[in-house]
Ligand binder design. Structure first.
Ligand code: NAD
Length: 487
């Protein structure tokens, strides 16, 4: 089988290499997390397919890299336009494949996918410059040169959005790309491949190899011809990728996990605090940035907890295709079991589960109830490890110094959220937070021009705006002497 009809949309289940569809001898099944329905048999790539894709991407590099940013921009804009034209198809396929909300895809996620191409194409055209400067009459001229073939490996929680956040700037920088989509959610990457053909992208500039992480992923990250590896996923996998990259000395950009703090001070606007805290259950908790450790000041802890539970209990869990639904299922039975394992172990340790705590029996399958654990033992698994499900813990603090100490007392540093009623106090607290992104009285607002990434174990490097180009390009300084010219 080379094609599947998913939610009424035809999806090619093969790889996309050098502008052609390529088959493998074996396939792997893809199911919907909503109801377990079989969706497609996906071609299972490994070293053979990765080698083919790398050769195609290498061959396309001289063509793509020699085009001007304007010429590439025309094609990348067409990709963005086609994504926008196909928001319905992309949204329903993504929802069916990974269980996230159809309404979010339509309104926010897929428009953002289009922006990932348009924004970085425009940036390369208009903003990628640095003023020449002088050293004793010598002119220093800085350029951002294409590097070669970028390997892009991404996870399942927002498949097309996370992939294109890396693919968009890499292509805009003049690099070619081999992408390995997540095996639990392989479908929208294949639709993107169709879109690049229609947009007129030269064959081999963008390639997709489907497959398992330990097969296709490992073959890609250990490939000697890569110029960059862009990896989004978990810390244990990042360590494997880093080892593979070390053998070839390939620079890596890592966007990894988190256990981010959400600090609520006693002068905070309670409505904002409750709204932002409940938002941490979005995407059924499968969001790397989630503020899963609520740190609330003791004086308002009881009032906050009561208001939070009241609002959280109104979350409508159900079929993500239903526009009234607020959160859907966990992405896969294995991930559901992982989330349940964390909560079951917390229960057996005697941790205080004040809301949720188990599967949603009304829905069955992969649906896990929004869960709150109050005052977990400091240092316990549930208080320190990333669950990546709808599971929050709540702890109390007395002073701002203590809040900062608790917030930073983690191996992660992806994000931090502060809800605070006093500007000077907020500035004093945020100054000491160790995180790639800090939100004050808000959550998730993010500009593509801003730096994004994680501190400590949450990542290596920053992307967004100029930071993306500093990674996907070779930044070069050319020094022109004042003499030696034949007039
Ligand atoms: P994962 O590390 O298991 O998998 C991520 C990707 O790596 C998948 O495509 C997988 O196939 C591939 N992979 C697996 N083994 C590999 C190997 N040996 N070599 C090369 N590739 C391999 O992560 P996941 O469970 O899919 O995603 C969840 C994690 O991703 C969480 O920790 C979450 O916080 C993190 N995440 C981070 C961000 C961010 O921007 N910082 C965004 C989303 C998710």
């Amino acid at each position: 089988m080379t094609k599947a009809i998913v939610a009424g949309v035809e999806v090619d289940t093969r790889h996309f290499i050098g502008g052609e569809r390529v088959e493998s001898a074996e396939t792997f099944p893809d199911h919907s997390p909503i109801d377990g329905a079989f969706l497609a048999d996906i071609h299972r790539g490994g070293k053979r397919e990765v080698d083919m894709a790398m050769a195609a991407a290498k061959a396309a590099f001289p063509i793509w890299s020699k085009m001007t940013p304007q010429e590439r921009g025309v094609i990348l804009h067409r990709v963005a336009d086609l994504v926008e034209e196909r928001i319905e198809e992309l949204s329903i396929v993504e929802t069916t494949d990974n269980g996230s909300l159809l309404r979010s895809h339509r309104r926010g996620v897929m428009p953002r996918v289009a922006m990932n191409f348009r924004f970085f194409a425009d940036y390369a055209m208009n903003q990628l410059s640095y003023p020449d400067f002088d050293t004793r009459g010598h002119r220093n001229h800085v350029t951002w040169d294409p590097t070669g073939v970028v390997g892009v490996i991404t996870p399942w929680n927002a498949p097309l959005m996370l992939a294109t956040w890396r693919i968009g700037p890499a292509l805009a920088a003049g690099d070619t790309v081999v992408a390995k989509p997540p095996e639990w959610t392989p479908l929208t990457a294949s639709l993107l491949a169709d879109i690049t053909v229609e947009a007129g992208m030269p064959p081999g500039v963008f390639n997709v190899v489907q497959g398992y992480g330990e097969e296709a992923g490992a073959a890609l990250t250990s490939h000697p011809d890569l110029s960059r590896i862009s990896f989004t996923g978990s810390v244990p996998t990042a360590k494997l990728v880093a080892r593979a990259a070390a053998d070839n000395l390939v620079p890596c950009s890592f966007e990894l996990g988190g256990k981010s703090p959400l600090i609520i001070t006693d002068d905070a606007d309670l409505d904002i605090a409750v709204t932002v805290a409940v938002e941490q259950y979005d995407n059924a908790g499968q969001v790397c940035l989630s503020g899963t450790r609520i740190l609330v000041q003791r004086g308002i802890a009881d009032a906050f907890k009561a208001a939070f539970i009241e609002k959280a209990q109104q979350i409508k869990q159900g079929d993500p295709r239903d526009l009234e639904t607020d959160i859907g299922p966990q992405v896969h039975p294995d991930h559901f079991a992982r989330v349940k394992g964390f909560v079951d172990r917390a229960a057996s340790e005697g941790q205080n589960i004040v809301m949720g705590g188990g599967p949603n029996a009304d829905l069955g399958g992969n649906f896990f109830k929004p869960t709150l654990i109050d005052n977990p033992t400091p240092g316990s698994e549930i208080a320190t490890q990333e669950v990546f499900g709808p599971v929050l813990v709540m702890q109390q603090f007395d002073t701002d110094e203590q809040a900062i100490q608790m917030a930073n007392d983690t191996e992660f540093g992806l994000a931090a959220v502060l809800i605070c009623g006093d500007k000077a106090r907020a500035e004093a607290i945020t100054e000491h937070l160790v995180a790639g992104t800090v939100w004050v009285n808000c959550f998730f607002v993010r500009d593509l021009g801003a730096p994004f990434g994680g501190s400590k174990k949450s990542g290596i490097g920053r992307e967004g705006g100029i930071w993306s180009f500093d990674f996907y390009a070779d930044v070069k300084n050319t020094v022109f002497a004042p003499n030696g010219w034949k007039e």
